[in-house]
Design a protein around this ligand. Sequence first.
Ligand SMILES: Nc1ncnc2c1ncn2[C@@H]1O[C@H](COP(=O)(O)OP(=O)(O)OP(=O)(O)O)[C@@H](O)[C@H]1O
Ligand SMILES: [Mg+2]
Length: 204
Amino acid sequence: MATIQAAKRALRAQLKQRLAALSDLEKLRQSQAVTRKLLSHHRYQSAQRIAVFLSMSDEVQTGDIIRDIFHQGKLCFIPRYQPRSTHMDMVRLGSLEEINQLPVTTWNIRQPGEEDCREEALATGGLDLVLVPGLGFDKEGHRLGRGKGYYDTFLERYSRHLSEKPYTIALAYQEQICDSIPVTENDFEIDEIICAGALEMPEK
Ligand SMILES: Nc1ncnc2c1ncn2[C@@H]1O[C@H](COP(=O)(O)OP(=O)(O)OP(=O)(O)O)[C@@H](O)[C@H]1O
Ligand SMILES: [Mg+2]
């Protein structure tokens, strides 16, 4: 267990370096390609309730995806994580314009404040699709996040409450695809990865 944690830490550091070397133009190019693929994906097109992250500077940029969610009249949920815990809820974002009014967290991500009473996806019917961020991914669907376990804990709670798993798609830069990712039994497997280039995932 300790070795897996150490291997995760080392890979996180390596991936952060690799991502820091990507130019803004390259990130924009890949983000646009990922967005195009997602918007034409049947899982996205048929989904009504979608969870999407507000991207940090080294993650696939999700602005155009969020715009499309509202444009298509789908429901948009975004993460609200609690600092100093592994707890995260997916709460409803009412409009595109609301984003700029949300407070910024210590991770420099916008999210609704604790006191801001919002519809929670788990309480009102779950999610048809969860778009997952992360630092690294492999073709088996293993994921390395930033080390807090927010998504693992959320998806585990989701399965416990609703007795099913939502469909999960990770959005990744090509540089985030690794040969293999060290995982423990707490790490959920993502169903699919969308990146700018070709990626064959084995059938599950
Ligand atoms: N299902 C779970 N229930 C409770 N705690 C969990 C669960 N899954 C993970 N954790 C906690 O989260 C910690 C970090 O997990 P991990 O190293 O997998 O983070 P991560 O998946 O890379 O991060 P994140 O999901 O926030 O991007 C674990 O050491 C564990 O304590
Ligand atoms: Mg994990």
